[in-house]
Design a protein around this ligand. Structure first.
Ligand SMILES: C[S@@+](CC[C@H](N)C(=O)[O-])C[C@H]1O[C@@H](n2cnc3c(N)ncnc32)[C@H](O)[C@@H]1O
Length: 370
């Protein structure tokens, strides 16, 4: 959408603002765009840690960083640390043996359940033999173990680990469940398990390092409705709230574990952490989403903020539609509306829609205080 009208609207509305606030920053593409292009500090927020790390790796930093320098400092150290492990040899041997995918998956799970590598074997313990092959799991653990101490570099490297994991993960886009070694899915499992995490981390560094903010900003793990209470009339607020009735934490828990560097015992086919460790949003509850967005709009209107809000026009699974949000907003703001065709993620689909992406009409609403 940034190339489909949203980017231009943000540029226009940012002119009179002192700060840009991205309240539901998710994958951080809007926060990155705003920090690099709008000439104002960006405050990004999300309930999920991984989202705040991705946003923070760019919006806090006002100069580019040399990717080769970080590769040298971090990834070469991670590779050495990995190669010293006893399990590395076993993992390499298993992952390079030509066997049926189902046998590979079973042996990988057996190997990774021998949880004796070290205490810091988080990815090995939680996801080895499921979302990641044994060598991939050891690679991600080594990356996490060797993150630089310096705060800025650490956040860049953690963001690169998150991006690399999201690109290597053996799951259909989101991590609700790993691919199984069935007749139809085995080839996807295999394709994903042979991806080299270091190669993807390098590519992610090449993407992140040249980006930087024109003014230093911030990123927080927080509830949007709480953050909104402290916003000011000269804040331009971008609002892209959840449209799914299933909690986002169901789809991003692997990335969340990486960002937090911790997880209690995982369980089930999806390898979920305990319920209390998964961020829970009232926007993804059918019975709570209407009140949540209404409260947010009331707070932003009372604080005199300018708002750019995007939402699918038609009714979504959390019970909200762009049309209904527009109607609510008209009670509180002057509203300008634009409709664009876009392709949004179905978060793995539902019983009717099995495709990963669906074309929809998306509303971009510009809300000005009365
Ligand atoms: C539609 S996605 C945003 C996508 C984002 N604009 C991007 O470019 O990737 C919605 C996001 O809202 C977050 N979220 C859900 N409830 C929230 C809340 N109460 N406060 C802050 N973030 C929330 C979810 O974790 C998810 O990342």
């Amino acid at each position: 959408m940034l190339n489909n009208g949203l980017g231009e609207i943000l540029k226009t509305e940012a002119r009179s603002a002192s700060r840009i606030v991205d309240l539901f920053c998710g994958g951080a593409s809007v926060s990155w765009f705003a920090a690099a292009n709008l000439g104002k500090p960006v405050l990004a927020c999300d309930l999920q840690h991984y989202a705040a790390v991705l946003a923070g790796s760019v919006v806090k930093r006002t100069r580019p960083v040399q990717a080769p320098m970080i590769e040298e400092l971090w990834l070469s150290h991670a590779a050495q640390s990995r190669s010293r492990l006893k399990r590395w040899r076993q993992a390499k041997e298993l992952d390079s043996t030509k066997i049926r995918t189902e046998t590979w998956r079973r042996s990988a799970q057996e190997l990774c359940s021998l949880d004796t590598v070290t205490k810091s074997a988080l990815i090995w313990r939680c996801y080895g033999g499921h979302y990641f092959s044994p060598t991939q799991a050891l690679s991600f653990d080594a990356m996490l173990r060797t993150l630089p101490d310096d705060g800025e570099l650490r956040e860049i490297c953690l963001a690169a680990t998150i991006i690399a994991a999201s690109r290597c993960v053996a799951a259909p886009g989101h991590t609700a469940q790993p691919f199984k070694a069935t007749q139809t899915a085995a080839r996807y499992l295999r394709e994903a398990w042979v991806r080299n995490p270091f190669q993807y981390a390098r590519a992610a560094l090449d993407e992140i390092c040249p980006l930087y903010a024109s003014k230093p900003g911030g990123a927080e793990v927080a509830d949007a409705n709480q953050i909104a209470k402290n916003l000011k009339p000269d804040d331009m607020v971008f609002v892209d709230p959840p449209y799914s009735a299933v909690q986002y934490s169901r789809f991003y828990h692997v990335l969340e574990t990486i960002a937090r560097g911790a997880s209690s015992e995982v369980e089930g086919v999806g390898r979920y952490p305990p319920y209390k460790e998964r961020p829970n949003s009232c926007y993804s509850r059918k019975g709570g989403s209407r009140q949540a967005i209404h409260n947010l709009l009331c707070t932003l209107a009372a604080n005199g903020c300018t708002v750019v809000l995007t939402f699918p026009q038609a009714k979504c699974s959390n019970g909200l539609s762009g049309d209904e949000i527009e109607e609510m907003a008209r009670q509180l703001f002057y509203v300008r509306r634009r409709s664009v065709e876009t392709c949004f993620s179905t978060l793995g689909g539902n019983t009717k829609i099995r495709t990963a992406r669906k074309v929809s009409d998306e509303l971009i609403l510009v809300l000005k205080s009365r």
